[in-house]
Design a protein around this ligand. Structure first.
Ligand SMILES: Cc1cc2nc3c(=O)[nH]c(=O)nc-3n(C[C@H](O)[C@H](O)[C@H](O)COP(=O)(O)OP(=O)(O)OC[C@H]3O[C@@H](n4cnc5c(N)ncnc54)[C@H](O)[C@@H]3O)c2cc1C
Length: 292
């Protein structure tokens, strides 16, 4: 079944090549599918061999442990990379980058989703994480999600209220998301572009975009900001080997070069302990931690 895959199959592929943190041990079997059939072949192979399956989009929210990931890793960035527009609706493949989608929609005077600009993501990763900003999250725009079950059969999910919550999507177990329908709204391109410019400027001013990171490490606790709590603990700039609590935004951990997953995890543990000790609040990770 692996032999039927038309895309790429690699063995012992370092996942540090595929994560924005530039950290992560090898994937035993790394598949870059070319289409839905390829994904299906990989899923059926994993099911037959009783291997686990992990999905990577752009790798912008992932901490992969240093010994890597056993089983099959499917990397969807660059696959399923088309968006179609029908009236005020977009039908989008899971591998489309969010920034490209915002740009393509704007060219057709379609907006709404520009509130998500500056979130590095594939559509699959944005759906899985319910990516968002204070002005909205992707779940607000979704009318249907298409996915493959672990046995390769196609599924469609019409989100009801509560399916998308803060940085989470209640997807069916083991689903590989392959695309979605999004409701957009008519808006002149000039207005969208102006809005995008302001939002990107704000991101640049407040986030360490020049350094390797996975965005916000922790979810904000109700009514507060994880970054504020971490800063109050005096942890801005705190470093463990290559990992550092950003001095620009305390909820980011950056890889200063040569950082390992063990360094990031140690810094996370220290942060969690200090915040709990000082404020009695237990921080929950927003980043997804995978591997062994
Ligand atoms: C500089 C920076 C700024 C950021 N700012 C923001 C922000 O403002 N708001 C925000 O919400 N996030 C932010 N993030 C985090 C990140 O951009 C989002 O979480 C984004 O949605 C991740 O998308 P991805 O394609 O990279 O997913 P990945 O990181 O590859 O994967 C994230 C999770 O989704 C799962 N997944 C991915 N694709 C699929 C699929 N097709 N099917 C099933 N599961 C899938 C993965 O298994 C994993 O659990 C930021 C990150 C960085 C580096």
């Amino acid at each position: 079944m692996l032999g039927e895959i038309r895309g790429e199959v690699r063995f012992k592929e370092p996942l540090s090549f595929h994560t924005s943190l530039r950290i992560g041990g090898p994937a035993d079997i790394f598949v870059v599918p070319q289409d839905v059939d390829d994904i299906r072949h990989a899923l059926l192979f994993a099911e037959r061999e009783q291997l686990s399956v992990a999905v990577i989009g752009g790798g912008n929210n992932l901490l992969v442990r240093d010994r890597g990931v056993r089983g099959v890793v499917l990397r969807l960035e660059g696959c399923l990379g088309r968006a179609e527009f029908h009236g005020e609706e977009a039908i989008v493949g899971a591998g489309v980058s969010l920034s490209a989608l915002i740009r393509e929609a704007a060219a057709l005077n379609l907006g709404g989703i520009e509130c998500l600009v500056g979130v590095p993501a594939t559509i699959g990763g944005a759906l899985a994480m319910n990516a968002g900003t204070p002005d909205g999250w992707i779940g607000d725009f979704v009318s249907a999600v298409y996915f493959l079950h672990p046995d390769g059969t196609l599924g469609e999910f019409k989100p009801t209220s509560g399916a998308f919550t803060y940085r989470a999507f209640d997807a069916p177990a083991g689903a590989v998301l392959i695309g979605c329908r999004l409701r957009l709204t008519r808006r002149p391109i000039a207005e969208i572009q102006k809005d995008v410019k302001v939002r990107l400027k704000h991101k640049k001013a407040t986030q360490p975009l020049a350094l390797a990171s996975a965005g916000c490490v922790w979810k904000n606790p109700p009514g507060d900001f994880a970054g504020r709590l971490i800063e109050k603990c005096g942890l801005k700039g705190k470093r463990i080997n290559g990992a550092e609590v950003s001095s620009k935004h305390a909820n980011f951990i950056v890889n200063r070069g040569g950082g390992t997953a063990a360094d990031i995890l140690a810094l996370m543990e220290l942060t969690r302990e200090r915040v709990q000790h000082q404020f009695g609040i237990v921080l929950e990770p927003e980043i997804r931690i995978v591997g062994e």
